[in-house]
Design a protein around this ligand. Sequence first.
Ligand SMILES: NC(=O)C1=CN([C@@H]2O[C@H](COP(=O)(O)OP(=O)(O)OC[C@H]3O[C@@H](n4cnc5c(N)ncnc54)[C@H](O)[C@@H]3O)[C@@H](O)[C@H]2O)C=CC1
Length: 307
Amino acid sequence: MIAAQRTGAILKQIHRLIGGVGIKMVQKVKGEGKKRIVAVLPPGDDDSPEVLNSVKRGLGLREWLEGMGHEYIVTAEKDPGTDFDKLLPSTDIVITTPFWPAYLTKDRLLKAKQLELSLTAGVGSDHVDLHTAAQKGITVAEVTGCNVESVAESEVMRILLLVRNFVEGYRQAVDGEWNIPKLTKDAYDLKGKTVGTVAAGRIGCHVIKRLKEFGVNLLYYGRHRKPKAEELGAKFQPDLNKFLAECDVITINCPLTDKTRQMFDKETIGKMKKGSWLVNNARGAICDPPAVVDALKSGQLRGLPYP
Ligand SMILES: NC(=O)C1=CN([C@@H]2O[C@H](COP(=O)(O)OP(=O)(O)OC[C@H]3O[C@@H](n4cnc5c(N)ncnc54)[C@H](O)[C@@H]3O)[C@@H](O)[C@H]2O)C=CC1
């Protein structure tokens, strides 16, 4: 769910992006500016003013869009054969979110005869067939940088929860158990560990900045050097095999693409340090689930948080 503090930034950029397309389209069709905008959002009937990411609240865009004469339809139905497929051929703009994505597959995009813009209310466009979208001249936009603070805080939290073995302590407290050896067996100091990020983009750099204060050795792996990450104290390791072997904690902060899909499979995980931790902050499909399960069972991975 979009945290309250980042909703404002997301909405500001959505206004800018839709506004931009609106102006272009009005010019193109000479005054016929009325557009059909379909938002696919999670179901939910929470009335709190700060919860905008739901069908009920429609990201808080209804008044603004309808005030400009556009038609605004909000649905939670995103699966094949549901409302979304029926609406798509006559839709100009689709808005969707990474945690309740309406997949814009090749088949769907070919049927979306008048689609001009696919807008992610968040970061990541892996739910869109980018090749087909590019061929059809559909703009694919996301709200870059809108949630870096929230995501980096949550990521550092998950690293600490894992390395300090918090969940076992919590479980013991709830179950009325007091088994100190069992708790401390897998509880470590983060200080002195080597923590590496796959990709040092916006989120990766925010994580590096926060982790620096914990006295860790920081590494980053990626396709290019990132001066900002180095200014923050992280060293570049361009060799993936060396990166995997050096890190105690690996955190994944790259987009899901053809190159990163299942990047963390049996072979890759097998090259990590035995008993290391893996924090996949990006998209589930970057890891191969059976390989992760096997590695957790064998102790190759000490822990992996979900989500
Ligand atoms: N868990 C969550 O709540 C969220 C997760 N995300 C995920 O995090 C990803 C990164 O977000 P940002 O840092 O804002 O994006 P960004 O665009 O600022 O950074 C992405 C970085 O990934 C690097 N990269 C691309 N392909 C790569 C590859 N094959 N190998 C290594 N590095 C590669 C790029 O060079 C870039 O530095 C998003 O694409 C999204 O999937 C984003 C927001 C929220």
